[in-house]
Design a protein around this ligand. Structure first.
Ligand SMILES: [Ca+2]
Ligand SMILES: [Ca+2]
Length: 410
């Protein structure tokens, strides 16, 4: 029995990507249902009073997938091997929709369609973004045993640092259960092996009615907020997870799994089915994007005789509105013999780091400022517990403190 449990655990862990089910029952607070996104026009958008500018969109017009934006996902086995991504099942219907469908082929596997904004050979992202607002309009499958999703992926799901700052999979929606009207939002981090962690929540929403629905994510430094049809559905705050600090690419997929949750492949009589996507639009906060255009009005009196002359000059300052900000450092602390070592994940634009450390029982912090991303602090007390935290610096600009890590010196 233990062996079986161990096996089942391994299966669960290996299920990887877009997995749900095993939710760490942490955090993730519920929001009310109030509508928070106002569509002003297509190129801009306002969310909670903040202006966003469109950075990516596709209406899926024409008969071919726009190869400057998307590539089909590599043709590979998926999940527990019950499905395989296959180029033949990704098409455009010529009426402005991307169609992902599937069929059980001779090899017994469910062959199905998927696209992403990363090249098939993994060499580069065609589009990626850190933070912003990501929205899809899709008509979902209506039959059981299909698993469709709109999700965001980093190039690496983990760079060895505990927490999701160094790479997080964000599942804007996962649709898998029309019969019970279940739709899921989730995030996954620290890889898909033994360190894998996730948080998510299944919602009951009637989004399997054969109509187009929108599913969206607002990703900021402080939270991931999920929306269905423009209404807040679920929020995960930075107080419970390390918000991802790496850009993610987009992915839309169909698949199945033979295990729990999906129990595919779909029955022959339920084929064909799949999803139809009307559009994908991505926005970014205006302040992160545009150089500012300032109008300067000058009044010049040239000579006593001349009348006052008014000149209007329009200058585009390249400085941009974007003021320098430093993200919160992510640190890893290891104990050594009477010493400890702090490793900091490089913070963009940081010139120095200030390392704070103290005996757990002490009141005052000691500090050391370094230029690199690694520091060993020696001559510490054997067998004692120490606390460490770090801020990133650039001139007078400071980041917030990293999480405080505790370590017992050997
Ligand atoms: Ca990690
Ligand atoms: Ca369309």
């Amino acid at each position: 029995m233990r062996k079986l449990i161990a096996y089942l655990l391994v299966v669960l862990l290996v299920l990887s990507v877009a997995i749900v089910g095993v939710f760490v029952a942490v955090a993730g607070e519920l929001d009310d249902d109030s509508t928070q996104t106002t569509q002003t026009d297509d190129a801009t958008r306002e969310i909670d009073g903040i202006s966003y500018v469109r950075t990516f969109y596709d209406e899926f017009e024409g008969n071919e997938l726009d190869s400057t934006k998307w590539e089909k996902c590599p043709e590979q086995k998926r999940q527990d091997g019950a499905s395989k991504w296959d180029d033949d099942y990704t098409t455009l219907d010529g009426q402005g929709h991307l169609i992902l469908t599937g069929d059980v082929e001779e090899d017994g596997k469910f062959h199905c369609g998927a696209v992403r904004t990363r090249t098939k050979d993994y060499s580069r992202d065609l589009f990626n973004q850190k933070y912003g607002y990501f929205e899809i309009s899709a008509k979902l499958q209506t039959k059981q045993k299909f698993w469709s999703a709109f999700w965001l992926m980093p190039d690496q799901i983990d760079r060895g640092i505990d927490g999701g700052a160094d790479g997080t999979e964000i599942d804007i929606f996962e649709a898998f259960d029309p019969a019970n009207k279940k739709i899921n939002h989730a995030i996954h981090w620290d890889g898909y092996g033994s360190r894998h962690k996730s948080i998510g929540e299944s919602k009951t929403k009637d989004v399997y009615d054969g109509q187009y629905h929108t599913f969206a994510l607002e990703w900021t430094e402080d939270y991931y907020r999920f929306f269905i049809d423009g209404k807040k559905s679920y929020t995960i705050y930075s107080s419970s997870v390390d918000i991802a600090e790496y850009a993610n690419y987009l992915k839309i997929s169909l698949e199945t799994a033979s295990t729990y949750w999906v129990f595919g492949p779909p029955a022959k009589e339920d084929l064909p089915d799949g999803i139809s996507v009307d559009y994908v639009k991505v926005y970014q906060r205006e302040e992160y994007l545009n150089p500012k255009t300032t109008k300067i009005t000058t009044t010049t009196a040239t000579t006593a005789k001349e009348t006052t002359k008014k000149t209007t000059v329009t200058t585009t300052t390249k400085k941009a509105v974007k003021k320098l900000t430093l993200s919160k450092p992510v640190i890893k602390v290891t104990a050594g013999k009477k010493k400890l070592t702090v490793k900091i994940t490089k913070v963009k634009n940081a010139k120095k780091y200030k390392v704070y450390y103290k005996l757990k029982s002490a009141k005052k912090w000691k500090t050391v400022t370094i230029k690199g991303t690694k520091k060993t602090i020696k001559k510490l007390k054997k067998g004692k517990k120490y606390q460490v935290k770090v801020i990133a610096l650039n001139g007078k600009v400071k980041s917030k403190f990293s999480k405080t890590k505790k370590v017992k010196v050997k």
